[in-house]
Design a protein around this ligand. Structure first.
Ligand code: PLP
Length: 325
């Protein structure tokens, strides 16, 4: 895992090239680190270096990690310690006028937003909102950071979720699937940024083993057409879930294999029944949202099995009638 940083690692160069090609960002630089939070820390730091400013606009319910700047732009007071409360951040609603008001103050270095807000309950920013944000940040010379740590790497059927809106951010952060479970992450940096020696650094980031794992992931994504599968099977699953005629389902939302089902009742009992009766493990957000992020290789048969399991849980527990457990 470790070799002196004084020695060039050719796997880093190969990975930067392959990641640029597969993601549609061949002209961006890559900086490899170890975790999602670390990628966001470096993105925020780079934005601040670049603009000489220190205020950030983040969004309500955002999650960007648990370390100092990353947790400060995370909208969750339970995981923010007093040492992280440095008044750098304004939490906006997804409202372009509100963002414009803050940008006009002239002291903002970055706007950070998730491609799709995951922990916040699978909230998909509209294409128009992302396009407006891009246009506005460009006009104010503010860095736009897209956190694609949960929504990227093919999950939504495009390499990055923001590519559905056709925008190009200044900085993009990726982690999670990048090395299929091996601790690894990356910051993609537009060519508008000039690197200076020592500006960013890391001891273990971009190590040989991580690079080899990340290169294998890209190879498998291509060979097994997993991004296409995320779109196809994700759309199939979303349609199936949307057609479940349960009054307890308020909304099915998301893109590709990043789906959320919002219920009118708490999901704790539903998750428990899915796990113990059907052996299906699901995520959640808040009290009422099931978070569904299966592996990108999930099949249509497995999607059927999941939809049938949800249907049977809702029926069995009397939830079809609105009876609470
Ligand atoms: C959108 C998003 N950003 C950042 C992070 C932090 O990543 P890590 O836990 O690797 O630091 C996460 C983790 O869940 C995430 O979902």
């Amino acid at each position: 895992m470790f070799y002196s940083n004084s020695v060039r690692n050719p796997l880093q160069e190969k990975l930067a090239f392959e990641l640029g090609e597969i993601s549609g960002y061949p002209d961006y630089h890559a900086f490899f680190v170890n975790s999602g939070a670390e990628a966001n820390e470096n993105a925020l730091k780079l934005a601040s270096f670049h603009t000489g400013k220190k205020r950030v606009i983040a969004f309500r319910k955002a999650f960007h990690g648990r370390t100092s700047a990353a947790v400060e732009v995370t909208d969750n007071s339970r995981i923010t310690a007093p040492i992280n409360e440095n008044q750098h951040v304004y939490f906006a609603n997804p409202d372009l006028e509100e963002v414009a008001c803050e940008l006009q103050k002239g002291d903002v270095c970055a706007v950070i937003i998730e491609g799709i807000s995951g922990v916040g309950g699978i909230q998909v920013p509209s294409d128009d909102f992302l396009i407006g944000l891009r246009e506005m940040t460009q006009r104010h010379h503010v860095v736009l950071i897209l956190d694609e740590i949960q929504s990227g790497y093919g999950r939504t059927g495009r390499f990055f979720a923001h590519q559905w809106a056709g925008i190009r951010p200044d900085l993009i952060t990726v982690a999670k699937g990048i090395a299929n479970g091996f601790p690894f992450s990356a910051l993609l940096v537009s060519e508008a940024f000039s690197a200076q020696k020592g500006m960013l650094g890391t001891t273990f980031g971009g190590n040989h083993l991580g690079c080899a794992a990340a290169l294998s992931v890209i190879q498998i994504l291509r060979e097994e057409h997993l991004i296409e599968n995320a779109l196809q099977t994700g759309t199939y699953l979303k349609n199936k879930l949307s057609s479940l005629a349960s009054p307890l389902i308020r909304e099915v939302r998301g893109r590709g294999l990043m789906l959320g089902i919002e219920f009118s009742v708490p999901v704790a009992g539903i998750r428990e029944a899915l796990l113990f009766e059907h052996h299906i493990f699901t995520g959640f957000s808040g009290n009422n949202v099931l978070r569904i992020l299966p592996p990108l290789c999930v099949s249509a048969q497995e999607a059927d099995r999941f939809a049938e399991a949800i249907e049977s849980v809702l029926k069995k527990e009397g939830r079809q009638d609105g009876t609470k457990r």
